[in-house]
Ligand binder design. Structure first.
Ligand SMILES: NC(=O)C[C@H](N)C(=O)O
Length: 322
């Protein structure tokens, strides 16, 4: 019999209706009660919150729980129950640091535990089976949802309400007729060191360069002391021309800027000047390349917390986004 450790953090999978909106109510033990499993399970409540409340300190707490579980000799794999809104950030953060053949499956629900058609119990059942399965060795950190298991990197929530909502990253495994089939192994990336002690204090705003927006917010972020900025451009990473000077000012002040794109697929590419990615990268921005805005922000936060020399930060960032 396989042995899986389930780490609860909250989210809709643990929520019930209240006047004023659904709120997290159930412990991990209670979440598991609705699921029939033939697996040995231990549980732990690390958090009981919606994922839109998560802080960087919470990410560290989840990661520490994962490491402890993975080092428990008989544990075959780990499941994390988590809100879907920021699941892609937590899963990606864990994947940057994950150094074990034991899989970590992050799952949740789009419909609360007390809704008749809740998807939580089935997602959890499949996540536990997958985490305990030898087919998932070396699968890394995956988001398991609606019978699909996607590598954390590049996976995003695609629909606010649909139960099939996560895609983008490598499809690592899938249930067909209740049989788990391994399909792929995610491309390996260098494993990062754990974040430094100031990780939880880092302030890294995302600033959008939509048509008609000026760089005032960007400059305001520098003035209030942002530690880094993710500039989300349009197209292949382009922005109104006022952002070029803003990026130069930030980089000169030692505040790293990452250039990402709001387009769901494809890389940031230096094609256009006069405010385009050619200009912004020449001004010193780091390219998020294929990495989406929010995962690029997590990567920047981890590297900033390690207080690396600028050249090293640039090289490690490039190696993680290539
Ligand atoms: N479906 C969900 O879990 C959404 C919820 N708002 C959360 O992220 O905690």
């Amino acid at each position: 019999m396989s042995f899986v450790h389930v780490i609860g953090t909250g989210g809709t999978i643990a929520s019930r209706a209240e006047t004023g909106g659904a709120v997290v109510a159930d412990s991990t033990e209670q979440v598991l009660e609705s699921t029939t499993l033939g697996t040995e399970i231990t549980t732990e409540d690390v958090l009981q919150i919606n994922s839109f409340h998560l802080t960087f300190a919470d990410l560290v707490a989840i990661q520490q729980a994962v490491v402890a579980a993975i080092h428990t000799p008989d544990v075959d794999g780990v499941v994390i129950t988590h809100g879907t809104d920021t699941m892609e950030e937590t899963a990606f953060f864990l994947s940057l640091l994950h150094d074990s053949p034991k899989p970590v499956v992050v799952t949740g629900a789009q419909r609360a535990a007390d809704q008749a058609d809740t998807d939580g119990p089935e997602n959890l059942r499949q996540a536990v089976i997958a985490a305990g399965s030898e087919h998932m060795r070396d699968a890394g950190v995956v988001i398991g949802f609606d019978a699909e298991f996607h590598a954390a990197r590049h996976t995003r929530k695609r629909h606010t309400l649909a139960t099939s909502t996560f895609s983008g990253g490598t499809l690592v495994a899938q249930f067909y007729h209740d049989e788990l089939t391994r399909l792929a192994t995610p491309a390996p990336y260098p494993i990062l060191d754990i974040p430094g002690p100031n990780f939880a204090q880092l302030d890294i705003p995302v600033i959008d360069a939509a048509p008609g927006s000026g760089a005032e917010l960007f400059h305001a972020a520098l003035e209030y002391g942002a530690h880094g900025i993710v500039l989300q451009g349009v197209g292949a990473g382009n922005a109104p021309p006022t952002f070029t000077k803003a990026v130069e000012t930030a980089v000169e002040a030692g505040v790293p800027v990452v250039l990402s794109t709001r387009v769901p697929s494809g890389p940031v590419a230096p094609i256009y000047g006069n405010g385009g990615a050619v200009t912004l990268l020449a001004a010193g921005a780091l390219s998020a390349n294929q990495l989406n805005t929010y995962q690029a922000r997590i990567l920047l936060a981890v590297l900033l917390s390690q207080q690396l020399p600028e050249d090293t930060l640039r090289a490690v960032f490039a190696a993680q986004t290539g």
